[in-house]
Design a binder for this molecule. Structure first.
Ligand SMILES: Nc1ncnc2c1ncn2[C@@H]1O[C@H](COP(=O)(O)OP(=O)(O)O)[C@@H](O)[C@H]1O
Ligand SMILES: [Mg+2]
Length: 320
């Protein structure tokens, strides 16, 4: 990446006074600058606009936008990203929602390490709205304890009724200062219209960039699988005695037998915090064998069994 131009020469006239730093930009950033204009950036960079939630359909460029925006705002504010997409996760492994601090200028998402994640046990909010909402609240709260600006990425689920309901309750619980809505037509009006007389959140409408690429279901599946494999890369099988831990399910409780093999689980500590994920290798009345990157399972006090199973042959993560 090469320094492309300095702020004094850029199109962000509204920002030039504040953002005197040299902007390092990528090809995507050039398109980004056409999507977000200086007026929007002034609003987004106002000190009292702390929580910025980005919504839009799948493949509308939300995640890319969050990335570039966070790299701009981190020049002047302690900036965090919250990733509420448990399917196409960037921060934390799939099945989780997570947050990260933008501490140093990094070139790629892969270089960002999550501070915390919350296990939702699913790769889509469909049928798991409670874990999705609970995770959204807990993770955003943690991020906002540390950061002056929190940029919240969301899933592309906007359809009636689930998408609308999920977004409304997410907004109620997070109480964002700004909704950055990426919309090519009126596909978000069922979500945004009911809010239009409210003092908060301020709604900024932007068009998706022309360069966005549609991710096919196969690509999405591959991404999730590869991301999970990457998370499990340095894993080993750990044996945990069932009498020493609590076991809970994100959905229906199931018998401890081979049906649970390959399920993704979260390992929690005594303060009920998700420490690591794992994959059930075997489970019986006496012991559970879990493949996990967690080195020491001594402090684990409970496991949460989700809906998602890893299918090594089919190279996918499937919700059961
Ligand atoms: N401004 C842009 N210019 C070029 N390509 C983009 C831009 N924004 C997004 N893309 C590409 O479009 C695809 C979808 O973008 P993404 O940010 O993942 O969308 P969403 O998070 O809404 O699903 C990705 O492959 C991304 O690299
Ligand atoms: Mg995304």
């Amino acid at each position: 990446m090469t320094p492309y131009f300095s702020c004094s020469g850029c199109g962000f006239k509204g920002l030039c006074g504040q953002f005197r730093t040299l902007l390092l930009i990528s090809a995507n950033f050039i398109i980004f600058s056409k999507v977000i204009d200086s007026r929007h950036l002034e609003r987004l960079s106002a000190p009292d606009k702390r929580l910025i939630m980005v919504i839009g359909a799948s493949d509308s460029g939300k995640t890319t936008l969050v990335w570039h925006l966070s790299r701009l705002l981190m020049e002047h504010y302690k900036t965090a990203i919250v990733d509420l997409d448990m399917g196409q996760s960037r921060i934390g492994p799939p099945t989780t929602v997570g947050w990260a601090m933008m501490e140093t200028y990094v070139e790629h998402w892969l270089d960002i390490k999550e501070k915390d994640f919350y296990f939702t046990g699913t790769v889509t909010p469909f049928g798991s709205l409670l874990p999705a909402i609970t995770g959204a609240m807990l993770i955003t709260e943690k991020a906002s304890n540390f950061a002056e600006k929190v940029i919240i990425d969301t899933t592309g689920l906007i359809s009636e009724p689930t998408g609308r309901v999920l977004k409304h309750y997410k907004m109620d619980i997070i109480n964002p200062d700004i909704i950055l809505a990426v919309s090519s037509g009126n596909e978000l009006s069922h979500i945004l219209d009911p809010l239009r007389f409210n003092a908060k959140p301020e709604i900024i409408m932007i068009k998706p960039p022309t360069g966005v690429k549609i991710k096919t279901p196969i690509k999405r599946r591959e991404y999730r699988f590869e991301k999970m494999l990457d998370y499990l890369r340095e894993s080993a099988v750990k044996v945990i005695e069932t009498r020493k831990i609590g076991v809970r399910f994100t959905r229906h409780p199931l018998q401890f037998n081979d049906d649970l093999r390959n399920r993704i689980v979260s390992l929690r500590d005594r303060s009920n915090r998700d420490i690591a994920l794992g994959v059930i290798r075997s489970i019986g009345s006496k012991e559970i064998k879990i493949l996990t990157p967690l080195k020491d399972v001594e402090d684990i006090s409970s496991i949460v069994i989700g809906r998602t199973a890893i299918d090594m042959e089919g190279r996918s993560l499937r919700d059961l």
